[in-house]
Each structure stands twice: as structure tokens, then as C-alpha cells.
Design a protein around this ligand. Sequence first.
Ligand SMILES: [Ca+2]
Ligand SMILES: [Ca+2]
Length: 338
Amino acid sequence: MRKLIFVLAPLVLTIGLLPSAVARAAESGSSSGSFSVGGVAPQVTAVQVYSDAACTTVASAITPQVTYYVKVTVSDANTLNDIDEVKIKTYYDATAAHPNESTITAGHEQNACIFTWTKAAPNPTWAFNAGAGSTWGIVAASSVTPTLTAQSGDWVFAIRFGKVATETIAPAVWNFHARATDHAGHSNGLHLWDKQVLWYGQCQVNTPAVNFGEVALGSGFGASTNKFTGVSVTMTANGDFSTFVKSSATWNGSLGNIATLDPTGTCVNNQEFALKAHYEDTYGVAVLVDTTGVRCRDGSQTLEAGQTITTGTFWLKVSTVFPADAYTGTITYTIVNR
Ligand SMILES: [Ca+2]
Ligand SMILES: [Ca+2]
């Protein structure tokens, strides 16, 4: 009897396991698999300024108001979808000391601009900060965002320097810096040194007509004779400049007569006239106007608002013989690099 008991015990155990085995075969099962990767910093591997949209011609000198293309090559092992912001700083460096970009915290119309691409749905945004400067620009339609599913690609910023971005005179330079920042706040940047900015100037005449009225034959020059004052001119420049003034060689009468400018100011011949000009209504130092341009005022770098002179003055002299007529011509101001 003791033997039987010994054998039965394993049998009972076996039977007892069977219902459990049948139930397990009817189930579907799954387990979750998972792993994580850390956010890694992007890398800015190249930054350069080009004069063409295809980014084939490197620009070493920049003319304000002309569009240039800054290409920034970025890689991120988390793919470019991880990039939240790409920022370009460009800044004036009077001594080519190459200060770190971290010293540039704000834009300034003469000395710095910060261009920013920001990831956004449905489209990214392109913006610039030049302080009070409004003539700087970024052309969103000409700027390029790379394929964001890629691991690396090129951002192209189509930018314009402002009108008064300081002209570089050696040793001065302009520097660039590009920085990419990802979603985790990791960032990386790269400097680009020693670009030039060329002279830029603009002269706007705010007084549409200089009308001396009816003048006596043979009259002028004199401090109070045939005088027109209050001419307003606004000059905007990113460096030293001179303003020149000139006249058309002939002024045409409404009846078909011709008046001819005499740049010597003597007006000894019939139908000659002459002009003197001074920007501050000081007759004693007024200059004789010619047809090619005489220098009438020097200035230096302005803000974007420009320097407005409202005291421009002209004096007219006419010869003693003139057909009665109303003569009109053109007085032109030009601004040049000084
Ligand atoms: Ca990343
Ligand atoms: Ca100069």
C-alpha cells in the first residue's frame, strides 16, 4: 500500500497541471519594448555670405540695401526637426578685435543686426532686430529652410544691410555669427570674421522748386539780390560724405527761349545766367554752381533718419540781354563718398 501511494501522487500532480496549460494557449500576449535616446546638441559646421541665391559666389564686401545670402549649415543627430531656432548676428568691429558674439545682445541701426529663423507651424518665421533701424531687411520669400527630416542641411537667410550700417575703413570689419538651438536648449555656433561694408549715401531733396520770381536784367550777384532760401535736403550716409550741387546747362523758356548757365559767373554774353549756392545762407562763402557739380557741404555718418539741412540758399545772376520768358531748369544734388 505504501508503494501505491507513492506512484499516484505524481499522477495527481500531472492532471492538476492540464487545465492551466489549455488556458494559456488561447491567449494573445504582448510586451512593450522601449528605449530612449538623449537629445544631442546641433552643430553649425559652416557659415558664409554669398552674393547669389544659389550661394556660389562668396561676398567679401557688402553694399547696404543689396540682398545677400547667408548660408548656415547645421546638423543634428536628432534630425533637423529638433532645431527650434537659427540666429545670425552681424556686427561692426572697429578694430578687427573679433569680439565674441555673446557681447552682442541687441541690434543697432549702425552697428549690429540679429536675424532669426524660428520654427513655427505651419511656416517658420524670419525676423530681424536692428534696434531703431528699419532699412535692414530679411526677405522671407527668398530665404530657405532645409528639409527638416534630414540629419543636416542649409538654412539660407536672404538679408539686406541697413542704409547706415557703418562703412568699414581699415582696420574695421564686420563679423558674422550663426547659432542653432534645438528643442532641448542645446546650441552651437560658429563665427565668420572680416567682411567689408561699402560706402552708402542717399540725398533727398524736400523742396520741389527753387523759384526766384521775376528778376531784373543785369541783376545779381549780391547777398540780398535774386535770392531763394529755405531749400531742404536730407542726407543719409554710413560714412563720411560730401554733397555736390549742379545745374542743367540750359534752362528753357516757356516761349522757346534758352538761358545758358555761365559757370564763371560773369554772364557777359546775352541770355546767360549764373548761380551761387550755400547750405547755410552765407553769401560770402557761397560757391558758383556748374554743370558737373561743386562741393557744397561735407558730413559724416548719419542715423537712418538722416541729416536735414533746411537753410539751403541760391543766388541768381542774369546777363543784361534776355528775351522776356519764364525759364526753368534742373538743380541736382548728389552725395558722394568723402
Ligand atoms: Ca538635438
Ligand atoms: Ca570715405
